[in-house]
Write a protein that binds this ligand. Structure first.
Ligand code: ATR
Length: 276
């Protein structure tokens, strides 16, 4: 009997916006791997049944996206360390007949900075703007890289406090108006809020308060050059855009499902940029 082709998916609701099929489709074709990566619209009420049926299905694994990342945690047989710490799953795979859930967002964030700004973790002092799911993954990444200070700044201070509490003191919570005191010591500034996204309000910050050695990164990637990154570049600061995190977070999943560690290349980047 011929061996079945490996099939993977991204599931979410809605799912039309996901760029994961473009990324994994590119790698499948680039490496000549016979397999598929499918876009599946799974509404919240169907997630449990969908994941329960996965072991007997044709799928070797897949990605989980909004709004399922947190719920998937309690529906898998085994959580990896990152998913456990972050409290969200973005990657699924089968191993020994059990459904495993992992989180590659923190890996993607760090791998992108490793590629773009080697030595990025040396300053050891980070200021994160925002306290949502993306910020949670980034706090974990910074903790793994032994940052001495991880400061979370959020419009709604209770969410910043909840996030700091989640990491049991490894991070501190601050109000937006504390930024004038926080920016001068910041080695890495990360925007995880939706401010600066296409069509939305911008992010207003006095970048003159930052040291000249700072790295400014944004996880927003549409537009690629956000107002924050444009202002930072104008000041001659090092900047890292949000697209690289999206590309790098896809690497471990592809390797697990299709058996080959894929590369994040300029060609892949250009392909996704053309689709933004
Ligand atoms: P994600 O999971 O992608 O991180 P999220 O959980 O919706 O998304 O979080 C969005 C972040 O952007 C939050 O930190 C949010 O701040 P609040 O917690 O105060 O809502 C932040 N954000 C969104 N719009 C904002 C705005 N107009 N001004 C300041 N912060 C904003």
């Amino acid at each position: 009997m011929a061996e079945a082709l490996p099939r993977a998916f991204v599931c979410g609701h809605p799912i039309a916006h996901s760029r994961s099929p473009l990324i994994h489709g590119y790698w499948l074709q680039h490496y000549g791997i016979e397999g598929t990566y499918e876009r599946l619209d799974v509404p919240p009420e169907a997630l449990e049944g969908f994941l329960r049926d996965m072991p007997g299905s044709a799928y070797v694994g897949g990605n989980v996206t909004i709004p399922h990342k947190e719920n998937a945690c309690r529906l898998v047989d085994h959580l990896d360390e990152a998913a456990h710490r972050i409290g969200a799953v973005n990657t699924l795979w089968m191993d020994g007949g059990r459904l495993h859930g992992g989180n590659t967002d923190a890996y993607g964030f760090a791998a992108n900075l490793d590629a773009e700004t080697p030595g990025w973790s040396q300053s050891g002092v980070a200021t994160i703007l925002g306290a949502g799911g993306a910020a949670r993954a980034i706090v974990h990444a910074l903790q793994e890289r032994a940052f001495r200070q991880i400061r979370i700044v959020n419009r709604t201070s209770s969410r910043a406090q909840a996030l700091a509490a989640h990491f049991r003191g490894a991070a501190s919570a601050h109000a937006w108006d504390a930024l004038p005191e926080l920016l001068p010591e910041t080695g890495l500034l990360i925007n995880t809020t939706s401010l600066g996204m296409d069509g939305g309000p911008g992010l207003e910050l006095d970048l003159s308060l930052l040291p000249s050695t700072v790295i400014v990164s944004d996880i927003v990637y549409a537009p690629l050059l956000t107002p924050l990154l444009a202002m930072a570049r104008d000041r001659g600061l090092r900047t890292v855009d949000g697209l690289g995190m999206l590309l790098h977070q896809a690497v471990p999943g592809f390797e697990k499902w299709f058996g080959r560690r894929p590369e994040v290349t300029p060609e892949l980047r250009a392909l996704v940029i053309a689709d933004l």
